[in-house]
Design a protein around this ligand. Structure first.
Ligand code: NAD
Length: 295
């Protein structure tokens, strides 16, 4: 089978490389960044010159792209997947979108006889790399079953949530929770720093106690090392939280915690940290208080 992969950045890159390593499919990649493409062609994939060329040649087309408007452009825009893929092709989107975007793209694909699964992922670059990423899928059950072996080739857990839209719904709820946990972790670490407690010992307690979460672990690793190189850019986290809060608003759920975290992200982006890692929300505390949290 020919598998096309568009968008081989921080997340798409390692997932694509796991498909190359773990299956016998012919893999064809396209990305605006030649360096990103090279990380996959070095492992045996071939490079395509355009979305249109790739879409016309593949049985399955996968995308992992930064923003909903980029996904809409690459799928429904001129020279996009819907215009160029053959009827019967399956399109799988691993990006994080709103349920409304997923439904709009799926309708555009269906009009051309293209099947679609929305399949956002969670676990960050480390789990994308070691092949244990969680995939939450929305779409037709038969299309899901047909593509399960491909999804499993780069994932540890694949969950079918129901119709198109429910994959994005699960992903946005999960990320809202993770970002709230991360913001609480940033605040907690600053309290620890100011208290004068040994931060390594505090960390040993939290990792073995009820305050532990994967968001705390990530925040602590990056903060104490002072390493905010983006594995998940703040701009993308802000996009996810914005979509989650829009969904909450549409559903009439009052926001008590999420909007506070959104403001923290707005301040961090206002400080020019949008392209830094999402853990850099802690820099708002550090800058306001004139004190870095380093072990
Ligand atoms: P990224 O910016 O590292 O990668 C995106 C890639 O898409 C880049 O290589 C970029 O060159 C390419 N690209 C952009 N526009 C393109 C276009 N028009 N045509 C072809 N290629 C194009 O972003 P990422 O962190 O890999 O995130 C990708 C998606 O995965 C986002 O929707 C993000 O929200 C989601 N996500 C990210 C993480 C994470 O930890 N980084 C975790 C879960 C989900």
């Amino acid at each position: 089978m020919k598998v096309g992969f568009i968008g081989v950045g921080n997340m798409g890159g390692p997932m694509c490389r796991n498909i190359i390593r773990n299956t016998n499919h012919e893999v064809i990649v396209f990305d605006l960044s030649p360096d990103a493409v090279k990380t996959c062609t070095d492992l045996g994939a071939s490079a395509s010159p355009s979305v249109a060329d790739l879409a016309g040649r593949c049985d399955v087309v996968i995308t992992s792209l930064p923003l909903p408007r980029v996904v809409e452009d690459v799928t429904l825009g001129t020279g996009g997947i819907a215009e160029n893929a053959k009827p019967g092709t399956t399109y799988i989107d691993l990006s994080t979108n709103s349920p409304a975007t997923a439904k709009k793209v799926a309708a555009g694909m269906a009009a051309k006889g293209i099947h679609m699964l929305e399949a956002p992922v969670s676990g960050g670059t480390s789990r994308a790399t070691d092949g244990t990423i969680v995939i939450m899928v929305g779409g037709d059950a038969a299309v899901f079953e047909q593509n399960l072996p491909l999804l499993k080739s780069f994932s540890g857990e694949v969950i079918h949530l129901g119709d198109i839209g429910f994959g994005s719904t699960a992903k946005l709820i999960n990320n809202m929770l993770a970002f709230c946990n991360a913001a609480a972790a940033a605040e907690a670490l600053m309290i620890g720093k100011r208290s004068g407690i040994d931060l390594k010992k505090l960390d040993a307690v939290i990792r073995n106690a009820s305050g532990m979460s994967s968001a705390y672990g990530n925040m602590e690793n990056k903060t104490l090392a002072g390493d905010f190189k983006p594995t998940f850019a703040l701009d993308l986290a802000h996009k996810d939280l914005r979509l989650a809060l829009e969904m909450a608003d549409e559903l009439g759920v009052p926001g008590m915690i999420g909007p506070q975290v959104m403001n923290l992200m707005r301040m961090a982006r206002g400080m020019g940290l949008g392209s830094s890692d999402s853990a850099s929300v802690v820099r708002v505390y550090e800058t306001a208080l004139g004190e870095d949290i380093r072990a």
